[in-house]
Design a protein around this ligand. Sequence first.
Ligand code: 13P
Ligand code: SF4
Length: 303
Amino acid sequence: MEGFNELQREILRLKAEKNALVLAHYYVPLEVQDVADAVCDSFAMAQKAARAENDIIVICGVRFMGESAKILSPGKTVLLPSLDAGCPMADMVTPEDVMRLRDEHPGAKVMCYVNSSAAVKAVSDVCCTSSSALRIARELDCEEIIFVPDKHLGSFVASKVPEKKFWLHDGFCPTHHRVREADVLAALRAHPGAVFAVHPECGEDVVKHGDLVGSTAEILDFARKTEAREIIIGTEGEIVARLRRELPEKGIYGVGSAFMCVNMKKVTLQALYECLRDEKYKVELPEEELRAARRSLDKMVNS
Ligand code: 13P
Ligand code: SF4
């Protein structure tokens, strides 16, 4: 347990005592990532939750991630350290929006980004993450796709899958929405030898400059493997911090002022400690919603 502070050691002790699996998203604070069993992007988190053998799964992330883990592993106790860590983008679409879009575009299939509520997943045909969206859109057996809620990821997928017609909902991630093209161009001017890795939740004017457009894990992988000595990162600030720690020999730069997902930062060490100690907060979902949402999530993790 060398190198850990007192609270981290207590978390590791509770984790072992309760045989709990702790999965952390890359956007939660690094000190929380450091005590997790696995640090994941949204896709890996769903896969690991689906295959978990532990009785307790702790999801260090936002609410929809906890819901997805519960849907995929309904027999397990799924805990969220912070009850009010939500995702504003997930809240931008309702099941009623999906039903209205279905009425407007009969014949289209509904693909929902994993950043959505269980109720929205329950009325969708298939779910995707940023790392699986292109593959799932290409494989989906239809000519038209309704994509909810992220208009930015949706338009990126539409640009890469021109053989299909896309109908986009108008949601967006308030964190990635703050990356401005002017700041990307300024960073590229300041570091002329640098490559730019960007998340598809950013706007099209930003994404079009990307040498790599990919999920959180894909951005990390690209930064580790590229021969470029300087990398500009167009995603959440914790990724910049993680890469600076991991690759001190490379120049890692954010875009503009560092931008953070305030909800992911609610998952603190103290919250994780109390979560394990008191076995709170349990994710519970209505049985019918759970079963319906599972169809679209199962297709995602098994595709
Ligand atoms: P990924 O982990 O799939 O890259 O998603 C990023 C994100 O915004 C999660 O909320
Ligand atoms: Fe939601 Fe954006 Fe935060 Fe991800 S980064 S949880 S999409 S608000």
